[in-house]
Design a protein around this ligand. Sequence first.
Ligand code: ATP
Ligand code: MG
Length: 249
Amino acid sequence: MAQVIALYSVKGGVGKTASAVNLAALSALQGRKTLLWDLDPQGAASWYLQAEPESAPSLAQLLKAKSVAEGLRPSVHRHLTVLPADQRYHNIEHVLAEKKDAGFRIAKVLDGLTEHFDEIWIDTPPGITLLGDNVLRAADLALVPLVPTHLSERTWFQLKAHLAEEKIKPGKLAAFLTMVDRRRALHREFFDEKTLDIPELWPVEIPYAALIEQMGDDQMPTVFKHARHPAAQAYFQLWQRVDAALQTR
Ligand SMILES: Nc1ncnc2c1ncn2[C@@H]1O[C@H](COP(=O)(O)OP(=O)(O)OP(=O)(O)O)[C@@H](O)[C@H]1O
Ligand SMILES: [Mg+2]
């Protein structure tokens, strides 16, 4: 049965998609049968992995365990399958809200996928949403990228408060820093001013790297195209950390 790892954050543009793609790519590289489920209607992860669908299941089919697998697409990479996003899923919030099991639908849909894979990585849109709550409930581990700014840190505490309100287990959350650039005054001040009061923050930093931004042009995970680059190496460290955390769950 697959383990489910979500990239999640309240704040947008913090590197969820870049991380989901690179970490899923690393799982596939280790020979794990890996699925990346792109749940963001922007479809960026699907694009990066060259798995944009010609035809995708309707939202109604996507939200059913017995038909969700019809949407699976092979990627160009060995061991890596994609369940791509489609622009038509933009109203997923409203559709979920109408379901009887509105808060647990994604967990149920995963039942139609878990037996086919070792690891399922989920990319999510930003924000505190019903879809986000679904994913947080369903995931074995929810990874939250934080950029070193006070605003980003603040959203971490908003997320913790929200989990408590929704009675979602906080133990599945872990955070890591990304887009770290100590040449930037804002980032330096952030590190100089204080030690972060986030016990769930893993000691792994993904540096700011223009190569990661290039993924949109290359349509190739950075960890494959530039395996020796420090950003790719940092993603490998993060992947190892995830792997170790999953062993103990
Ligand atoms: N470590 C990094 N260094 C430099 N650029 C990065 C890094 N990680 C991500 N980016 C770039 O920052 C932008 C936002 O990243 P990404 O799309 O992964 O964030 P996101 O959290 O998924 O955004 P959204 O909330 O819109 O889904 C993208 O242009 C991406 O290429
Ligand atoms: Mg994204």
